[in-house]
Ligand binder design. Sequence first.
Ligand SMILES: Cc1cc2nc3c(=O)[nH]c(=O)nc-3n(C[C@H](O)[C@H](O)[C@H](O)COP(=O)(O)OP(=O)(O)OC[C@H]3O[C@@H](n4cnc5c(N)ncnc54)[C@H](O)[C@@H]3O)c2cc1C
Length: 391
Amino acid sequence: MKERVLIAGAGPVGLVAAANLVRRGVPVTVLEAGTDLGAESRASTFHPPTLDMLDDLGVLQPLIDQGLIAPKFQYRSRDGVMATFDFAVIADATRHPYRLQCEQSKLTRVLLKKLMGYPNFEIVFSSPVRGVTAIAGGAEVAIDRGGTTETHSYPWVIGADGARSAVRTALGIPFEGFTWPERYLVVSTPFDFTKVIPDIVSVSYVADPERWFFLLQIPGLWRVMFRVAAEESDELALSEPFAQKLMAGIVPGIDRYEIAHTTLYRVHQRVAETYRKDRVLLIGDAAHVNNPLGGMGMNGGIHDAINLTERLAAVWHGDKRDEELDRFDKQRRLITKAHVQTQSIQNKKNLENPAEFQERLRGIAADPQRTYDYLLNVSMIGSLRQAATLG
Ligand SMILES: Cc1cc2nc3c(=O)[nH]c(=O)nc-3n(C[C@H](O)[C@H](O)[C@H](O)COP(=O)(O)OP(=O)(O)OC[C@H]3O[C@@H](n4cnc5c(N)ncnc54)[C@H](O)[C@@H]3O)c2cc1C
């Protein structure tokens, strides 16, 4: 048995887990299926409490240096601004009252650089985990190394291997939920929307019953995410004329954009039936997936990673019994269901029903206490506080 924690997957969630364990003196091996860290353009919004956690890990400043601080976000309709919210309102609840707009591929690189400075850390690329079997005092892990299967045993295994998690599958843990019939198309452009929409802020959601979308600014680019109807084929959705047609709907009179890249995603709402089976634990997309409205997938995954590794480090050092890890499962799984799943589905409905949404926004904006509570929830501080009450 190797006296190390094994983490499958070097995505943002697996590497945050690794960083929190090694700084607490727990030796970690990360196995990554890819030949290098992922470069895909996916999450680009970090919420205030996530920034607090990354700050504690000592990796926030280099991320801020490569990102863009967004103190406000707004909802718009085709007619203009519906409401703008300022995170300064919750400055007493976080050390970072803003969103950071920065791609997740920047975080994984910053984390890996930090981790390489720890002698008790190792990472092995091109090593997909293929199987996990519970054994006495740990788990046996089958690893594919260039076509040959190696088997090693570890006292603890963390599955941070993404939505198609081999760890979750090997343990036979059901991934309950559904897949939306529509897909999402992300179109990135260097076009500067602030020049033509002067009151726009870096995070803007545009409600529309037919074709809602949202605009997210990252350094040098705007990412625009559109809904693609079930009857529109992947081939059509990925064609340049299709992207240009959707983009032409943003600002009247501008019908041609420079497009840096387009990506099409299928979107699911699913939660694993359990996040713990004996000495194997699931975090991040391996444990839950949701639509990207509200930017809660990676953020929630990082919250899982911190919740789990704080407890696992205490168990490793003999300061807590392993039942402590059941609290991780309970807190994070129930909170994902109650907050992330419910809220991300509601966020989608809001954008599809601008009139109803406008009414609700008016009520929230008119009441300082409701505005405060709303911002706590949107920034995921509400979910973390509720998790802590679950015992
Ligand atoms: C378009 C889009 C926009 C998004 N925007 C946001 C946002 O703004 N904010 C937000 O919070 N979330 C967002 N998300 C969700 C976010 O991208 C994911 O929740 C996040 O990537 C989850 O991180 P993870 O580390 O759990 O999994 P992943 O990022 O999927 O990483 C898993 C890692 O495991 C590796 N791996 C896979 N299988 C194996 C195996 N068998 N063995 C070893 N390694 C393996 C993979 O190669 C990968 O490196 C967005 C998603 C999409 C698609």
